[in-house]
Design a protein around this ligand. Structure first.
Ligand SMILES: *[C@@H]1O[C@H](CO)[C@@H](O)[C@H](O)[C@H]1NC(C)=O
Ligand SMILES: *[C@@H]1O[C@H](CO)[C@@H](O)[C@H](O)[C@H]1NC(C)=O
Ligand SMILES: *[C@@H]1O[C@H](CO)[C@@H](O)[C@H](O)[C@H]1NC(C)=O
Length: 392
């Protein structure tokens, strides 16, 4: 049969097949068809970069251009005292004066010269800035795209995961064995497990910290402990860390430089896109809660929360990271019932003002009950929120 003799019905069928296959090829290039999750106004406000993260980038740029490192012998040449300085206080109105950004005691040997330490520090600052500028240029979908790269960073995906928060609610819970039964167990900010194993478990696969924790380790023991002794869960448990101050990249370099085979320093620095995604989600839920608690317009949120200091908690970013690598995710120790201690392992009384924990609980609640309502995660192509269970 010649083509011009094809019955019209067949021609139509062929045409529609052709257009179907064309459409299939085009689909990945088109924006998702489902409506964006959550409230559009809140999404827009939450996606605005806070002044806090602008400040971090400005600090990194200042250190890259103007930072200096000098060390001086100490303790009879057994140690060196290191100063990281900027030539001028950034906000000084009076006469300019040098500002010490960081001061560390380091071993006399085992570390490169001041010049090569500065060169390595500048290299890390440069990659840090580059990653943040790249994700800003890439727009919104680019930030969410981090979800599909996380499994690569951790080496693989995990069938079951637990993120263990530090809430005092865990005391007396007896959840230890249940937590340890997960394949990947993430703990936060080097919280102690010794003495609490029955309630919090003993297994740790990944230690998630903010860089203040590393700075504490480095200040205390950069000079005396290989790898800064920052691994309470055992030397081979990797640490994932987000950078809250660019100067902490120097701590990471020094701890890495003093690491040994017996005391290694396995460190992952969080992706710039993961930082931005976590910031957006935290801000969205904080504005939402502010609006429902006060009835004030969303744009008034900044009057309650000082944007210079507002920040997601380490626990929240660990949860977002876990969503990208886990088939099933359990959250322990995130709630705070009346009368529970703030931390199971400290006597800290007050919650820190820079986090909006209540808003973060709202996010976890949505992950469990209405994952399709979680804003920004819906921009991650090919990503579905895994089943999440919240335990006290
Ligand atoms: C570096 O220092 C110079 C001189 O004080 C200053 O003008 C400049 O703004 C600084 N650069 C950065 C990136 O802060
Ligand atoms: C850590 O140290 C090792 C060996 O000393 C080096 O090969 C590696 O590049 C260092 N990593 C970083 C991030 O500096
Ligand atoms: C919102 O902020 C404006 C000023 O920016 C203020 O005048 C107004 O009273 C605030 N509204 C509420 C309901 O707090």
């Amino acid at each position: 049969m010649k083509p011009r003799h094809l019955p019209p019905v067949l021609v139509l069928a062929l045409l529609s097949l052709l257009s179907l296959s064309l459409r299939r090829q085009l689909t990945p290039l088109q924006p998702p068809l489902r409506p964006a999750a959550g409230d559009p106004l809140l999404r827009r406000l939450a996606a605005v970069e806070g002044v806090g993260s602008e400040q971090v980038l400005a600090d990194a740029a200042a250190l890259l251009v103007n930072g200096s490192i000098s060390t001086f012998p100490s303790l009879g040449n057994r140690q060196r005292l290191l100063y990281l300085r900027l030539p001028f206080a950034r906000t000084a109105r009076g006469p300019p004066r040098p500002r010490t950004v960081s001061r560390l005691r380091i071993p006399a040997e085992a570390l490169p010269s001041d010049e090569s330490l500065l060169a390595s520090f500048r290299t890390s600052l440069h990659s840090f800035l580059l990653a943040h500028h790249r994700r800003r240029r890439g727009g919104t979908g680019n930030v969410a795209s981090v979800m599909s790269s996380l499994a690569g960073v951790l080496g693989r995906r995990f069938p079951t995961c637990a993120v263990v928060g530090n809430s005092g609610a865990l005391l007396g819970s007896g959840r230890g064995p249940q937590i340890d039964a997960h394949e990947l167990v993430i703990r936060l900010n080097n919280a102690r497990v010794a003495g609490f194993v029955a309630d919090v478990g003993a297994k740790t696969s990944l230690s998630f910290v903010n860089s203040n924790i590393l700075h504490l380790c480095a200040s205390r023991s950069a000079a005396t402990a290989a790898g800064c002794g920052c691994h309470p869960y055992g030397p081979t448990v990797p640490m994932a860390m987000y950078i809250c101050q660019p100067a902490h990249l120097l701590d990471a370099l020094i701890c890495n430089a003093t690491a040994t085979h017996a005391s290694p320093f396995p460190l992952l620095v969080t992706d710039a896109r993961l930082d931005a995604l976590s910031a957006r989600i935290a801000k969205y839920y904080s504005i939402q809660r502010f609006v429902s608690d006060t009835g004030a317009p969303a744009s008034n949120w900044t009057r309650k929360h000082d944007e210079r200091y507002f920040h997601y908690s380490s626990g929240m970013q660990a949860v977002v990271m876990a969503l990208g690598v886990c088939e099933e995710l359990s959250l322990f120790g995130f709630g705070k019932p009346a009368g529970a201690k703030h931390h199971y392992h400290t006597n800290q009384k007050k919650e820190l003002d820079l986090h909006d924990y209540q808003a973060e609980y709202d996010f976890y609640g949505d992950l469990q009950a209405r994952p399709e309502m979680v804003p920004f995660l819906d921009e991650a192509q090919g990503f579905t929120v895994p089943p999440v269970r919240l335990y006290w």
